[in-house]
Design a protein around this ligand. Structure first.
Ligand SMILES: [Fe+2]
Ligand SMILES: [Fe+2]
Length: 263
C-alpha cells in the first residue's frame, strides 16, 4: 500500500514522555553497556539535522512528498535525541548544547567539505539519486528500529522499554515512507537499481558510523547484535533489503557486521 503522506504529516509530532518518571533511572540505573549504546543513539538522533543539511542540496529537495516527509522526520528525530538525553542526564552523562557542539566539531573539515562533493555527484546523477537516498533511509530506519528493540529486550527496564517502544513506533513510520519510495523508484528505473546497488555496496556503513568513533560503533554492534537473536536480527534486515527491486543477495548488514568482528 502506498504511504499516506497527508496522514503522516497530520499525525507527526514530539514523542510523548510527559508520563515518564525519569527518576526510575535513578532508582534503577541502566547497565554500563546499555548506557554506552544509548549515548551513541542519542548522538546520532541529534545529528539528524546535519544529515538533512547534506540531503537538501541533492535532487531529493525537488519532490514535495519527500520534503514534507523530511520536515516531519527531522522534528521527530530531534525529539528522540532529546528524550534519550534526559535518560543519560539521570546517569550523570554529559548532554545538551556543549556536548552536541563537541560531537559536530570532532568531525572536522571533512564534515564540511564531503557534503559538497556528495551534492555535486548527486546532481550529476539526477533524479535516480533519490532512489539511493530513499533506500539508504529505509535501511537505516530498519536498523534503528531493530537496535532499539534489542536494547529494550536486553535491558528489560520498564521505563526504558516504554520510551523505546514509543520511539520505535515513529521509526516504523519513517521506515514505511522510505521503503515505499525506494520500492517504487527502484522498480521504475534500471539505472536507479544499478546506482543504488553500487552506492550501498561501496559506501554503506552501520547507522552512525560516520559520526561516532569506530570503537563506539563496534561496542554497540557487539552489545546489541552479538548473540543468537542479534544474528537473526541482522538476517531479518538483510532479508528486507533483498526484497527491494534489484538488491537481492547484497548481504549488506551481515558484511558490515563481519567488518566489525561479528561472526
Ligand atoms: Fe529516531
Ligand atoms: Fe527514524
Amino acid at each position: 500500500m502506498a504511504f499516506d503522506i497527508e496522514e503522516y504529516q497530520s499525525r507527526a509530532g514530539r514523542v510523548q514522555d510527559d508520563d515518564i518518571d525519569y527518576e526510575e533511572f535513578v532508582r534503577r540505573p541502566l547497565s554500563a553497556d546499555a548506557l554506552r549504546s544509548l549515548r551513541y543513539m542519542a548522538d546520532i538522533e541529534s545529528h539528524t539535522v546535519c544529515y538533512l543539511r547534506d540531503l537538501l542540496v541533492t535532487p531529493s529537495h525537488i519532490d514535495p512528498a519527500v520534503t514534507t516527509f523530511l520536515t516531519m522526520w527531522v522534528f521527530e528525530e530531534h525529539w528522540h535525541g532529546e528524550v534519550l538525553a534526559k535518560v543519560l542526564e539521570r546517569h550523570g552523562v554529559a548532554t545538551g548544547a556543549a556536548h552536541i557542539t563537541a560531537v559536530r566539531q570532532r568531525l572536522g573539515w571533512r564534515d564540511r567539505v564531503a557534503p559538497i562533493g556528495q551534492a555535486l555527484l548527486a546532481n550529476i546523477v539526477g533524479n535516480d539519486f533519490v532512489a539511493v537516498h530513499m533506500t539508504w533511509g529505509a535501511i537505516n530506519e530498519w536498523s534503528a528500529h531493530a537496535g532499539y528493540a534489542r536494547l529494550a529486550e536486553l535491558e528489560d527496564h520498564p521505563a526504558l522499554t516504554t520510551l523505546l517502544t514509543r520511539i520505535m513506533r515513529q521509526e516504523s513510520r519513517h521506515a514505511a515512507f522510505y521503503a515505499s519510495q525506494a520500492r517504487d523508484r527502484l522498480a521504475a528505473s534500471g539505472r536507479a537499481r544499478t546506482l543504488t546497488r553500487f552506492a550501498l555496496k561501496r559506501f554503506w556503513e552501520p547507522v552512525g558510523a560516520g559520526v561516532a568513533p569506530r570503537s563506539e560503533t563496534r561496542h554497540m554492534l557487539h552489545f546489541l547484535l552479538g548473540d543468537a537473536q542479534g544474528r537473526r536480527t541482522i538476517d531479518q534486515i538483510d532479508d528486507r533489503i533483498h526484497r527491494l527491486p534489484g538488491l537481492g543477495g547484497l548481504s549488506l548488514v551481515r558484511r558490515a557486521a563481519v567488518g566489525y568482528g561479528l561472526s
